[in-house]
Design a protein around this ligand. Sequence first.
Ligand SMILES: [Zn+2]
Length: 145
Amino acid sequence: MKHLYRVWIQEYEARCGALLGRCAKATGEMVCVFPELRRASGYALTLWGRRAHWWCVAPDGEIIDPTENQFPLPVAEYIEWRPGDEVCVGKCMNCGEEIWRAVQSLDGERATICGEMCRAVLDREFNVRARRPPMALDVLEEPLA
Ligand SMILES: [Zn+2]
């Protein structure tokens, strides 16, 4: 790794303290300072399993990861997301399953229902609630005939 990158990363760590969850911000700042770097996103295989992560790539393809020290061990593998690859876009309100879709950009689509089955269940639930008969208190307050 180029000496200047290493110095910037050490300075960033000293300035920010905790690196956990700072990968998006750190890579954004780093490519501003070093425009030859490309910002990449996807997954890092770590001791904790597969984590969504951002890092930088140098013109020669070397991975420059400003927040790698947030992980307990060096990252075993970087798997870059490319437009059209699947990502988790949300969790289903009904069944709680993760919803995975092929997307063209990472800051667009979000989903809250996984499919037609769960949409039907939620539709019925909300319609039943809307047609709920008046509660006892409502009835009591009606004027006596
Ligand atoms: Zn569902």
